[in-house]
Design a protein around this ligand. Structure first.
Ligand code: AMP
Ligand code: MG
Length: 333
């Protein structure tokens, strides 16, 4: 499949047809759709290139983890490990504006880029009838951040989506104005000893506590936002550092180094993962997390000492790729 080219001019088609929206999603295109909170920018979450397309279309400067949307709790819990708290919250609030962060299963079908390389995954079953119909029609997880350009406000009408992303995505499924207008509540359940509110949203802390007990003091919005940033490990400087040290801006390969290549690979490496032989940043984004993991595992097995990384130009998704590579190379705690 050709890499998703976010710079290619697209006719963004307003759709009323769920089946056509599902067909486009399964073909690797980006389709915005209404949820009860805001319009989401959907991609087949299993398709790395489509997920990379989300970051390209939004113009995000870094890869933050996306929420995977499902038609049912059963489908969501096939990809993550749900404990009793998650099951009780899902029974009470799904479909609805509550996102649960849970450990990924080994068999999780969601692409690593969608989860920003984390071992956890944020999952949600939205309640908007069109969202549910679309998710049921595709029967795959759909990664969907808010359907706006990076830095702009979240869209609550199809017209907002067209204003921000028109020409950059395949279609928007028309569903009128969203009811809630605020984003979903994000609750971290990865610590069995305590749930943590990462982002306040459509379901209140009190309503959650009525089901699973204390969630801890809710923070004022500004602090909650800062804390969510800190707690989302994708944002931390040294998060997801491979076990092997990482050397950036490599123009040659030293003995004992594995190579993360971009474009024609440098000679001399015992182990090579090419992000994109064609030096395409969107293809490179789609292959970044899988490549780091593979080089780390295989390089470790082969007794290699380090991962050398060829320079990636800052243009387009190159900036987000370099942000992530800088984190992988940052000094370890
Ligand atoms: P949005 O992009 O607006 O849909 O927001 C997604 C929210 O979920 C952000 O606040 C993310 O930081 C958070 N999130 C998604 N996945 C995870 C995860 N695995 N761990 C922690 N936070 C997450
Ligand atoms: Mg947003």
């Amino acid at each position: 499949m050709a890499p998703y080219d976010a710079t290619a001019a697209r006719m963004t088609v307003p759709l009323h047809d769920v089946a056509e929206a599902a067909r486009l999603l399964l073909a690797g295109e980006l389709v915005a759709f209404p949820t009860e909170t805001v319009y989401g920018l959907g991609a087949d979450a299993r398709n790395a290139r489509a997920v990379a397309g989300i970051f390209a279309a939004k113009g995000r400067p870094h890869f933050n983890p996306l929420i995977a949307h499902y038609a049912s709790a059963a489908a969501a819990f096939a990809d993550v490990v749900a404990d009793a708290r998650a099951a009780a919250l899902a029974a009470r609030f799904w479909p609805g504006p509550l996102t649960l962060v849970l450990p990924r299963r080994a068999t999780c079908t969601v692409d690593l880029l969608a989860g920003a390389g984390l071992d956890t995954l944020a999952v949600r079953v939205p309640s908007h009838p069109l969202a549910l119909a679309l998710l049921a029609a595709v029967a795959v997880p759909v990664a969907a951040p808010s359907a706006n350009r990076s830095g702009q406000v979240s869209p609550t009408t199809a017209q907002h989506v067209l204003e921000g992303l028109g020409g950059r995505i395949a279609a928007v499924l028309e569903g009128g104005a969203c009811d809630v207008g605020v984003e979903s509540t994000v609750l971290d359940l990865t610590d069995p000893k305590g749930a943590a509110l990462l982002r306040p949203g459509g379901v209140t802390r009190e309503a959650i506590e009525a089901v699973i007990g204390p969630v801890g003091q809710a923070l004022p919005p500004a602090l909650a936002a800062a804390s969510a940033t800190l707690r989302s490990p994708g944002m931390m400087l040294s998060h997801y550092a491979p076990a092997l040290p990482v050397r950036l801006h490599a123009h040659d390969v030293a003995p004992g180094e594995a190579l993360l290549a971009f474009g024609p690979p440098l000679p001399g490496a015992a182990l090579v993962w090419n992000l994109s032989a064609a030096a395409d940043a969107t293809e490179a984004a789609a292959r970044l997390f899988a490549g780091l993991r593979w080089l780390d595992a295989e390089g470790g097995r082969l007794g290699l000492a380090r991962i050398a990384v060829m320079p990636v130009p800052e243009a387009g998704l190159g900036a987000a790729i370099n942000d992530r590579l800088a984190r992988a190379a940052a000094p370890r705690p």
